[in-house]
Design a protein around this ligand. Structure first.
Ligand code: MN
Ligand code: MN
Length: 466
């Protein structure tokens, strides 16, 4: 068939206007590539439902690829690979570059904590012949989404003698799961009148853990006692050990394909393990990068990057100081010429809820990784707001490698907003911009991401480390 000749206007529009394409239309061959890539991602999601589990699994992958624990007293050559674990909950991995360190490092920071329910320090109780754990939610959740859905218990308890025990119930085939009850519609007339944010209240997020008592008429709380006895049999812990613990309640579902076309992944914790996994793969595959890489999988982002495993502490600064010292270079010389991708998810345009988005500036699934110039709320408050120069540099890297990317703004102006680690890295004088994956139902127990976008993020991170 003869190609229809383009009009002058069409040619002009092609030269002057821009719109990011749908990847499946523009490069359908990537569908199979994305499917294959995401098999490893699903495994990562299932192996890492807490920050500690993510660190453990990531370290196993790194060691398998020859990474060695970082030694600040050692000397390193281009291509050497090291990692550093911070308190079991954050991780840094590096591949030394061919350029001297004073040319700056390339940082890719993603977070591995996700919204969830934590056990309170004194969680165990019984009420009207049921045994429960009390919880306190962590991060921004919509509480009503956590009722009447299967949940698993993950965590660690440190015993009196200093030894610790990892706890995980609800993941293995045949394991019991747990849940938070909700009212039946027949009796929910009054509850239905509550505002949605109070559909379930914080103090109603109580986890059912048992319904059979310890058989002894003399025991005051037999339902509580039996639950503790069962935990003790399995983990040799007592109620007091629950104070010396970090126990997280997470959805018990596994990562699965979504859609008749299997084009998406549904799972818990894709914010931000989708960037953590893609960043980790790019790190592992970096061979003789020009700039030394610093891949950070960090904790506590969902509660403001607080604490000494979050990026509002100085652990990343100290690491870069240690790297610089190895080469006898002042750290600030490295920092001010370094670049960082703050790799975090953005809210994908949702056709069912179009009102909260400004469609032209919202990211869409299957349009590629999303470059987010600024986050924040109410006039970019608390935003990093990347410079035009850095946007140009990153867009150049993506275009050079043919990576599909789009821009994204989280929701309409004045609709709400959110933040990332970007401003905390930028505080060190590092050039920083957000780049990540569009997510539907972000922060829900079951989040959606497109395989093509996940592949794009991975390709972006690979290009950044070239
Ligand atoms: Mn995030
Ligand atoms: Mn988040």
């Amino acid at each position: 068939m003869m190609e229809k000749k383009k009009t002058e206007g069409q040619e002009l529009a092609e030269a002057l206007l821009w719109k990011d394409p749908h990847i499946a239309k523009d490069a359908p061959e990537q569908i199979e590539e994305a499917r294959a890539f995401c098999e490893g991602y699903k495994k990562f999601l299932d192996k890492g439902k807490t920050e500690r589990e993510c660190v453990r699994y990531a370290v196993a992958l790194l060691e398998e690829k020859g990474y060695k624990p970082f030694d600040e007293a050692a000397s390193y050559a281009p291509g050497d690979k090291v990692y550093l674990v911070k308190r079991g909950k954050s991780l840094i991995a590096t591949t030394f570059g061919t350029e001297p360190i004073e040319k700056g490092v390339r940082i890719n920071g993603a977070h591995i904590d996700s919204p969830r329910l934590d056990l309170k320090p004194a969680p165990l109780y019984e009420k009207d012949e049921l045994a429960y754990f009390k919880t306190h939610y962590y991060g921004g959740i919509r509480k009503y989404q956590w009722g009447a859905t299967p949940l698993a218990i993950h965590g660690v308890a440190v015993k009196k003698d200093g030894t610790s025990v990892d706890i995980c119930i609800g993941e293995k085939e045949g394991d019991p799961v747990f849940c938070i009850t909700d009212l039946l519609p027949h009796l929910a007339a009054k509850q239905n009148e509550r505002p949605l944010k109070e559909g379930l209240r914080g103090e109603e997020l109580n986890l059912v853990i048992g319904s059979v008592p310890y058989l002894d008429e003399e025991v005051k709380e037999p339902f509580k006692l039996l639950a503790m006895q069962l935990l003790n049999e399995q983990y040799k812990i007592t109620e007091k050990d629950l104070v010396r613990a970090e126990i997280e309640i997470v959805p018990a579902v596994k990562a699965v394909d979504v859609g008749l076309d299997r084009s998406m992944i549904g799972a818990y914790g894709q914010d931000d393990r989708v960037c953590a996994y893609t960043a980790l793969m790019a790190e592992i595959e970096a061979e003789n990068p020009a700039h030394t890489t610093v891949t950070v999988l960090t904790d506590k982002e969902e509660i403001g990057s607080e604490g000494n495993t979050g990026l509002d502490s100085d652990y990343l600064l100290h690491y870069i100081e240690d790297l610089a010292a190895i080469f006898g270079v002042p750290a600030r010389k490295v920092l001010r010429v370094s670049t960082c991708l703050s790799s975090d998810v953005n809210a994908a345009f949702d056709p069912t809820f179009p009102d909260v988005f400004e469609k032209q500036n919202a990211c869409q699934i299957n349009h590629g990784c999303v470059l987010t110039k600024y986050t924040g709320a109410r006039g970019k408050s608390s935003s990093n707001d990347a410079s035009a120069e850095l946007m140009a540099q990153v867009i150049h890297i993506l275009d050079e490698e043919g990576v599909y990317w789009q821009t994204g703004e989280m929701g309409k102006v004045d609709e709400g907003g959110g933040g990332t680690i970007a401003k905390l890295v930028a505080r060190m004088e590092i050039e920083t911009v957000d780049l990540g994956v569009p997510i539907l139902s972000m922060h829900a127990p079951f989040e959606l991401a497109s395989k093509l976008d996940i592949l794009s993020a991975y390709k972006a991170f690979k290009a950044f480390y070239r």
